[in-house]
Design a protein around this ligand. Sequence first.
Ligand code: NAD
Length: 514
Amino acid sequence: MEFAAIKEQIFADLGIEAINAGIYDGDWGSITGRKTLDIQSPINGEKLAAVALAEDTDYDRLMEKAWESYSVWSKIPAPQRGSIIREIGNELSKYKETLGLLVSLEVGKTRIEGMGEVQEMIDIGDFAVGLSRQLYGVTIASERPHHRLYEQWHPYGVAGVITAFNFPCAVWSWNALIAAVIGNVIVWKPSPNASLTAIATNRICSRILERHGLPPIFFLMVDERGALGERLAKDTRVPLLSFTGSIRTGRQVAQQVSARLGRTILELGGNNAAIVSDKADAEIALRGVAFGALATAGQRCTTTRRLILHAGIYDEFLGKLTRVYQTVKVGNPLEDGVLVGPLINRGAVDLYSAAIRRAVDEGGRVLCGDEVMTIPGYEGGHYVRPTLIEGSPDMGIVCEETFAPILYVLKYSALDEALQIHNSVPQGLSSAIFTTDLREAEAFLSVRGSDCGLANVNTGTAGAEIGGAFGGEKETGGGRESGSDAWKAYARRQTVTINYGAELPLAQGVRFEV
Ligand code: NAD
């Protein structure tokens, strides 16, 4: 199907108009008199639609309504909240294809990746439903007679969620569905580059609450340059702010929230490496590295950006990888066979070119790629050729995240050297080793091994499952989201002591007779 036909079909299904309200506080705001933002598809540069932006004057009203909703939502028993989330998951399933295609149109993901985002929302919904009956704390043996000591977990209230463009709905759902099942209400400030997806997602999810006559719990405000995000960061009415985005913006947000002693969950940039040993299964390693480095055109936080390759297989493996790079199909991500779509915008293409220039200045050697591409029929799109650069770990550019398909290849001889190279960057999100040697794998996973939040053996750095806690160390920010016990970040822990005796014994044997 043609781009125009797909657009027409999914816009009708999702209710996307020429101009769409970018604010939801229980009602979708009026579009008249507001500044609008044009949303262009990175696939061909075509204007998809416009968004009427939320304004500073909307903010206080939205925040008051959010707290009003909280007073209702937090009193509903958690398993009943879980039932609502189950319906939300079911509703999302109905829109898996169209919402997935909107993700593709708006941020340039392939069809299967766009639908994968929606699947991730459905999966995390399932997880949240299960969690709704498992929000338990522990009981601790008290040192005092006739005393009971236990922990319970309460919602924070209003949780702010600021998201990046590259996971325009999945990352919101990791936060929102888990936070909601605990009893929080969510205020979402999405990336302006992905605001149509945010509007469509928020509509689908909010509809379920409306159907039940419940107050809104998914608030939304689209801004253009992050000013409303900054308000969330500074607002004491937002006890918890989850931020996903670049290290630069995240650093600023973290400082603003910590200045008021608020809580953050930070999911910032990565600079992920895959070590390929001479004992690797070469076929698995090749596919794992290719997927990690090329998927989503290198615009994943978990994208493989550094390949640490053993000297013994260096030439052979690199030869095969170069062939993959030279033959991988770049173009319209809606087309079958295309594995690499466009970058998000012209600015991202400029950053790609600047990074390659800098790499060369710093001594790197371009093996293939380094081309800003024009795809016939999609001249307005933002396409680049995936690029392989031979380099060294001490190059400045190798230590930075460039959000584009550039892979730096670094040679090693001994595993200790590989681990040292691996851990020598400021970021610490995802990591991988390809080896069939148990000792190497365990060394990578040991305390002196990978310093990242995610460590994978014989599978690449990208493509995490929702069941594990997701996040990274060092400049990646330390946050954890999604599965395992990451839910605890959305709840405040309360330690409760109950004296059911007839006396008042004090802890540590302290006496205080009055
Ligand atoms: P970005 O930092 O440019 O923007 C992220 C969000 O911050 C957007 O919603 C933006 O509008 C908002 N923002 C901008 N200025 C702000 C301010 N002053 N105060 C508050 N909010 C503000 O990031 P991006 O280009 O959208 O996304 C790419 C980056 O996100 C990459 O670095 C990538 O690694 C990272 N990312 C990390 C994860 C993770 O889980 N670790 C996941 C996805 C993306």
